[in-house]
Design a protein around this ligand. Structure first.
Ligand SMILES: *Cc1c(COP(=O)(O)O)cnc(C)c1O
Length: 419
């Protein structure tokens, strides 16, 4: 990553993590979870002989989820066929289900979110010299190895990602290549948005932004693709059906393997014509799989039953953020109002305690902590952009885990906070 990109990231994040407003955003969430049944209950204690009980709360990513008994049973019992021939009934059901939920004509099961975004880029930008426009802190731009250039030969131009995950539409207008078909210019073809926004901490794109973006896209003949890896989190946070959010997008990519708990898979959706071309691109990229119904069976449960429990992750994330602001002496800086879904970004304000060394402290059992917490506790976290630490909620983290992780953060504050 270049110094420039890093400074952009830091700039965006410092806008995002202002000094501790305690206001909590209240969002309408879907009801509490009936879906505990679909996954294993939280790991309580892995006690090995002789040593005291040790509990691990894994807040590194919502990709660490593992399928529970109901998903595994559905996988074991799935009716399957050769999906490259279009003959896997379970895959076909999943694709139909996804198209209905997203309000799109058709959908396609794709191995990963990265491949799904790449396919979208390949299909939308298929003439040599086509260009896509993306946020400079988007997953597509930062975390996908430049696959759009490397593998699809698509040139991209970036917009400054704002703290809420949007970008400025005047800047977008200024970046569109109005000179095409003059031979000097690429042809602006595609604009990508990310919802919720990963690097900026799960921010939900406002519907009004998407609506204005779409009008501008229509005016200039651009296509809008949404990297909706966590689309369902956005839908739950807004209390809206995904199709309402997606009315402003031509295509979407939504992960089954994150908060929705499936072992693998992403749904790519759009028009029939788009999906027909996407099937070809997927095969060229080596993503045509055969008896895929084994995975699609888990995907059906992920799409149908799991969104209802995401509100639980959002509530836990908010209560953790609140607990951080209340730690004494103060050690943490967090913008609670920016906690809209399942991600909390925070800063650790102690000289000499880098995000990486803080994560190490949280990941090991500290002295005297057993008495304070009632057991040994490891809290796994990742250092993140702009000197922040990221914590992410998912179905493997219960309310009790969240409270314990907050208590551990309090213990660390007592040891390292400035008195
Ligand atoms: C995780 C993620 C992806 C890609 O997912 P993989 O399945 O890991 O390739 C794409 N976009 C966003 C915003 C993500 O968070």
């Amino acid at each position: 990553m270049t110094v420039n990109t890093l400074s952009i990231a830091i700039r965006a994040l410092s806008r995002c993590i202002k000094c501790c407003p305690t206001s909590r955003i209240s969002r309408r969430c879907f009801g509490a979870s009936p879906a505990r049944f679909y996954y294993e209950t939280t790991k309580t204690a892995d006690s090995s002989a002789g040593s005291p009980a040790l509990r691990t709360v894994d807040l590194r990513s919502d990709t660490v989820t593992t399928p529970g008994p109901a998903m595994r049973r559905a996988m074991a019992e799935a009716e399957v066929g050769d999906d490259v021939f279009g003959e896997d009934p379970t895959v076909n059901e999943l694709q139909k289900m996804a198209a209905d939920i997203f309000g799109m004509e058709a959908a396609l099961f794709v191995p990963t979110g990265t491949m799904s975004n790449l396919i979208a880029v390949m299909v939308h930008c298929r003439e040599r010299g086509d260009e896509m426009i993306v946020g400079d802190l988007s997953h597509l731009h930062m975390y996908e190895q430049g696959g759009s250039a490397q593998l699809a030969g698509v040139h991209s131009t970036t917009l400054t990602t704002l703290a809420d995950g949007t970008f400025d539409l005047d800047q977008l207008e200024s970046k569109i290549r109005h000179g095409y078909p003059d031979a000097h210019y690429p042809r602006s073809r595609l604009v990508c948005v990310e919802n919720t926004h990963n690097i900026l901490g799960g921010r939900v794109l406002p519907l009004s932004f998407l609506q204005e973006l779409r009008s501008m896209a229509d005016k200039y003949g651009l296509v809008v693709h949404m990297d909706g890896a966590r689309l369902m989190n956005a839908a739950v946070a807004l209390g809206l059906q995904p199709s309402v959010i997606l009315q402003h997008c031509h295509t979407v990519s939504a992960c089954l393997s994150k908060g929705l708990g499936a072992p693998a898979g992403t749904m790519l959706a759009g028009s029939k014509d788009f999906i027909q071309r996407a099937v070809r691109a997927r095969k060229a990229l080596g993503g045509g799989m055969r008896q895929l119904g084994i995975l699609a069976a888990a995907g059906k449960i992920a799409l149908k039953d799991m969104p209802a429990r995401l509100g639980e992750d959002h509530r836990n994330a908010r209560s953790f953020a609140k607990a951080l602001t209340q730690c004494s002496p103060p050690l943490y800086q967090v913008d609670s109002a920016a906690v809209e879904t399942n991600i909390v970004l925070f800063r650790v304000r102690a000289p000499g305690l880098s995000p990486a060394s803080f994560c190490e402290l949280m990941g090991e059992v500290g002295k005297g902590e057993g008495e304070a917490l009632g057991q040994g506790l490891r809290v796994l976290l990742f250092p993140h952009f702009g000197d922040t630490v990221r914590a992410m909620w998912h179905l493997g983290v219960s309310e009790e885990d969240t409270q314990l992780a907050a208590k551990k953060a309090q213990c660390v504050a007592q040891q390292h906070g400035l008195k």
